[in-house]
Structure formats: C-alpha cells, structure tokens
Ligand binder design. Sequence first.
Ligand code: SF4
Ligand code: SF4
Length: 288
Amino acid sequence: MFNIFKYGPNLKLVRWQVRLSWPLIRYGKKFSDVPVLKWLIYPFFKRPHNELTSIPIHATIKAPDNLALPMKLVERLVSEIDEIFLMDECHCAGVKNRNSPRLHIGCMAFGPAIARIHPSHGRRVNTEEAVEHIRKAAKAGLVANIAHVWIDALAFQLTQFNRLLFVCFCDDDQCIYRSFMKRRGPSLAGAYRKLPGLSVRIDPARCKACGTCIESCFVSAITLRGNTATIGDACAGCGFCVNNCAQGAISLTMENEEEMFQQLLQRVREISDLPLKIDQDLTQRKMT
Ligand code: SF4
Ligand code: SF4
C-alpha cells in the first residue's frame, strides 16, 4: 500500500484523467481562434507554464562522431539532470490505441518534483537507461518534446512544477500536444517552439508542388507559393515533413552543436529551476 499523501494519483487514475481531458484540450485548441473565447482559453496555453521544444531525434543529421546530432543533444541534456523517472506507458497512445507498438515508449520526467510520481507509473532510471530509452524512441521514428507544461504537473499532482521537466516521444497521430494544432489561435502558436539553431528548408529545384507536406504539417507551417512549397515562421522543427516528401526536397540542418546545446540549456533555465550539473559545477568552482 502506497502513502497517498506522499504520492500523486496512480496509473489507473491518470489514465482516466487523460481520457477525460482529451476532448477538453481538443476543443480548447479549436476555440482558441474564436473571438472572446480565445481570451478565456489563452491563460491555459500561455508560456512559460506551457512550452514545448521539439527535437527531431528520428532525423539523421550526423555529428563528427557519427551519432545523429538531434539525438546527441537530448542525450547531453539528460546527462545534466540526476533525477529521472521513466513511465511504463505513453498515456496519449493509451487513449488512442492500446495496441500501438509505441504504447510502451513512455515519457520521462526529470528533476526533484519526480519524488511524488506514484510508483505504479514506472521507475527511476539512471542516465544510461534514459539514453537507451531515447534511442528506442528515435528508432521508432518519434520526435522528442522537451516539455514544461502545467497539465503534466496537475495530472501527476507534482507540487514542484518549477523543478520539473518532461521529455515525451510523439508522432502525428497519437499525441495530445501535437493533435488539433492546425486550427489554433495566434496565442497558442508560441507554445510549440523550434530548437534554436535548427533550420528546415525546401529545395525549390526538387519540389513538385504535390502538397503532401502541406497536408501533413501539424502546425500548418507550409504553404504553396507559385510552384514551390515554402516553410513559414510557425514551423516547430519536428522534422516529420522531411520523410513525407517523396522528392527528397526537404532537409534539416543544424548549426554548431555546442552553441545549440548551450541555447537548449538556456531555454530549460528560462522555464524551470531544474538543478543542472553544469550550473552546480560552476557554483562549486566559484566557491573553491
Ligand atoms: S512534399 Fe516535397 S514535393 Fe511535395 S510540396 Fe512538399 S516539398 Fe514539394
Ligand atoms: S514544417 Fe516540417 S518540421 Fe516544421 S513543423 Fe511542419 S512538419 Fe514539422
């Protein structure tokens, strides 16, 4: 028997919460573009308590050591945080399709706040086990989302929201974050952010204007201009359009790894008070 004051809700309760909140989130996003209603809905999706950065770990941009660069960035981030909880199942996949092969590629929660996660959800893991899980998600073709979202803290009753970060692994069909984003209001557009230093480009010489990428982009960031598809500012850098283009016209590029990693850390610092090893080492060095 687990202490109900020590832990948040157990697995069964969270499953029900996610099921019940699904329509609310769906219609909240849809109505976030409707006059008057959008101002009532906006606070629920406002930054910084609702912010996600996508990292296309499924993409194959190589670093000099031959490891995929997006993956390397997530692995480095994971190595910066000591407390890691690995969920046994992805709640989004659980709502949409319990037979999905990705049901057991669960989210990971980071930081001191994880102490309240009920043990029925999974287990604490070390950095190596976390890295292994990320590689499994990348192999399954999923994108990693670095998420600081109030609904996660609420669902698991984690009181230290500012000392919490989630990394979840998503596709386009079974994700509560990525679904229903096409008809969102402008206030919601800033919630899903591109990784700094990442560019997604279309080669006009290869584009056949077939429209596949336009249809499939979850934030409707691609439009047709003349005979070429063009990617606009709304792009969240998930990288899914790259594989959807049969002409190979879309590519991802990344700038300097170290710079990108520092910018990623800075983004984490801006949205949370997560104890990062790099900051602790710096403080210790200053004290000695
Ligand atoms: S899927 Fe490729 S070819 Fe088709 S519109 Fe998009 S970029 Fe052009
Ligand atoms: S344009 Fe491509 S990379 Fe950008 S959000 Fe759309 S699908 Fe993702």
